[in-house]
Design a protein around this ligand. Structure first.
Ligand SMILES: [Mn+2]
Length: 323
């Protein structure tokens, strides 16, 4: 992130009156926290902001202030001064048709994913940041936004979820400085952690159990994997959002350098979530199959049935471990 991009972004934010706010598909805490924070920040400065996510807000993020105002589709015919793209690892992950951005006079992007194609006009990119929320905190401070406890809660949720509660290797002094600044704004870590991690629906607990009962290892225990079928989803009455985080349990098997969760989708495709430890870059595997992400957390969707997808990904992971 260069100083000039940052200053240009501040100028675009100050001058804009109406904002269309976008995150990424299958939104996580960083994407949603940033979208809600941006909406509140813009409104606090007398501007309008319309957040749009093609996918629904998972239940455990519905406490974020204004999350109920996130639309599933961009309002047709409306024009915006600025389209804001947050935490999005590539144009294909926006989840809205590309014409939607044409309704914006300008586009402004904040992100921390490395190696991604960017098409926005003004880009604030920092692949060393642990979350986009951390970047947005610095941006709001610079832009003179009054960070209310509600805005702080959204941003701290972004930071907490992208660092796995400050446990991942992406945590840096700057991460804790941002978190510390947000705590000064009057937000509670405990409340966020409770809502995001310690509150599970009954269906979510059942689907976690089903996934873990399918756990297997390969490559002499270096790869742990589990799968969730549509039949199990139906039996648990679980939805896709409730499978978020299951992969972290898979990765926690002792000796596993990679944890993989395979989830059968209703359309017959397979969602693959990867978590790695030590020096293995999970995003390299995800990219082989058209996905992306970070070194330690990545994902992709394969246009193949579950069994084929498991075979293809496991064989790719094994080849890559040897190389
Ligand atoms: Mn992120």
């Amino acid at each position: 992130m260069t100083k000039s991009d940052f200053q240009e972004a501040v100028r675009v934010f100050r001058e804009g009156g109406s904002f269309l706010v976008l995150g990424h598909v299958n939104p996580d805490g960083d994407s949603l926290g940033c979208m809600c924070a941006f909406r509140l920040a813009a409104q606090s400065m007398g501007k309008s902001a319309v957040p749009v996510s093609a996918d629904a807000v998972p239940e455990n993020y519905r406490f974020l202030q204004g999350s109920e105002h996130i639309l599933r589709e961009a309002p047709s015919g409306e024009r915006f001064d600025v389209g804001v793209i947050l935490d999005c690892d590539g144009p294909g992950r926006l989840g809205v048709p590309s014409e939607v951005l044409e309704s914006c006079a300008k586009t402004l992007e904040f992100d921390h994913h490395p190696g991604v194609e960017r098409v926005s006009d003004v880009r604030v990119i920092d692949s060393s940041a642990a979350s986009t929320g951390e970047m947005l905190y610095e941006f709001f401070v610079e832009a003179g936004v009054n960070i209310t406890p509600q805005i702080a809660e959204c941003l701290l949720t972004a930071i907490i979820t992208d660092t796995g509660c400050f446990r991942f290797s992406n945590v840096k002094p700057s991460t804790l400085r941002a978190a510390s600044g947000l705590l000064e704004c009057g937000v509670s870590i405990n409340k966020i952690v409770h809502r995001v991690y310690e509150t599970r629906t009954l269906a979510g607990a059942k689907i976690l159990g089903a996934a873990l009962s399918s756990l297997k290892t390969s490559a002499n225990g270096q790869v742990a994997y589990a799968c969730i079928t549509q039949e199990q989803m139906a039996a648990a009455q679980s939805d896709e959002a409730e499978t978020e985080g299951v992969v972290n349990y898979v990765r926690s098997v002792r000796g596993a350098r990679v944890g993989i969760l395979f989830r059968e989708n209703t359309d017959g495709t397979t969602r693959v979530s990867l978590r790695s430890s030590d020096n293995l870059d999970a995003s390299q595997i995800a990219r082989l199959f058209g996905g992306g992400g970070h070194r330690t957390a990545a994902g992709c969707t394969l246009e193949r049935p579950l069994g084929d997808a498991i075979e293809a990904v496991l064989s790719a992971v094994q080849k890559w471990m040897v190389s």
